[in-house]
Design a protein around this ligand. Structure first.
Ligand SMILES: Nc1nc2c(ncn2[C@@H]2O[C@H](COP(=O)(O)OP(=O)(O)OP(=O)(O)O)[C@@H](O)[C@H]2O)c(=O)[nH]1
Ligand SMILES: [Mg+2]
Length: 285
């Protein structure tokens, strides 16, 4: 893996300013996480940026995550006093809880305003790292494709307000990551889930690490998917990948495995949920 990862281009600094400038008029910040990396997928700088604004944590892509682990994370966040809900923009699960949970967070204010005869639409701002589904959630809430989405980071460019008739106003923002990561493991998890571009990582090394993780945490799923009968528990990550490549027939001249092809395939299959519903981290107590 390269040491200097260039992923903090000018537009991320710009987005930070955009979030800060709009914060005043926002009722609730909706922080969207990828349920497969509920910890690494949070930008630690958001606390700094968002400060004490009411915040709803939304664990999106729950359809791709390990349900047992999603429950563990929900409990972990709730113990910290945070409001968190699991959703899936792909299946529609939990979408109907988003507005009601956000409204609940500012219920007293809404009621106070109502007593004074003031009705206001609820103003929400969607924030999160790239590719977690901020724009997809907005489209789901609006019931139509109003903002562009895509299976790569950096799809949303500028700010965009969208209104749910008489109900709420939503502000989409581009995904932002912290300027740098000390922790390479964390950077790898972001790459596995597509929050940072593959091009800035070494795909083979990334796949070795992934295979190590799967060997320890999801061996049954890996063996089932790639029809492996051997015990993989004592293999190195690259040996697991080699075995997978061989099972898939990715063999080049001399009988060697085409490791690059195997690496790309495993990463694709992880992202496509083909290996199973996999969550890449568990809460620490
Ligand atoms: N399986 C699954 N895919 C999802 C879900 N939500 C979003 N996606 C997909 O994830 C990709 C990213 O979605 P976007 O809505 O563009 O993400 P974003 O957070 O707006 O991304 P940026 O604007 O690039 O920061 C798209 O390919 C979506 O179809 C989900 O709940 N489940
Ligand atoms: Mg977007």
């Amino acid at each position: 893996m390269q040491n200097t990862l260039q992923w903090y281009p000018g537009h991320m600094a710009k987005t930070r300013r955009l979030i800060e400038e709009n914060l005043k008029m926002i009722d609730v910040v909706v922080e969207i996480l990828d349920a497969r990396i509920p910890f690494s997928g949070r930008n630690p700088n958001f606390d700094d940026i968002i400060k004490h604004k009411p915040r709803l944590l939304v664990m999106n892509k729950a359809d791709l995550a390990d349900r047992r682990r999603t429950d563990m994370w929900i409990e972990w966040y709730r113990k910290q006093g945070l409001t968190v809900i699991p959703i899936s923009c792909a299946t529609g699960m939990g979408i109907n809880k988003v507005l009601s949970s956000a409204r609940e967070l500012v219920r007293e204010r809404i009621e106070r305003d109502a007593e004074k005869g003031r009705t206001r639409t609820l103003k929400l701002m969607m924030v999160g790292i790239p590719n977690v589904g901020k724009s997809s959630l907005i489209n789901r809430l609006l019931g139509k494709a109003s903002t562009k989405t895509g299976d790569r980071p950096g799809v949303t460019k500028g700010k965009q307000w969208l209104r749910i008739k008489g109900d709420a106003e939503l502000l989409d923002t581009p995904g932002i990551l912290p300027p740098k990561f000390e922790d390479q493991e964390l950077a790898k998890r972001l790459a596995y889930t597509g929050a940072i571009r593959d091009e800035i990582m070494n795909t083979e090394l990334l796949a070795y690490s992934l295979c190590e993780y799967l060997r320890d945490e999801y061996p049954a799923e890996v063996c089932e998917r790639y029809k492996i009968k051997d015990d993989i528990s004592s293999l190195e990550g690259y040996e697991v990948l080699e075995l997978i490549g061989r099972r898939r027939g990715f063999v080049i001249s001399g009988g060697e495995v085409d490791m690059e092809r195997a690496a790309n395939m495993v990463l694709d299959e992880l992202r496509g949920c083909k290996i199973g519903c996999i969550t890449l981290e568990v809460p620490e107590n």
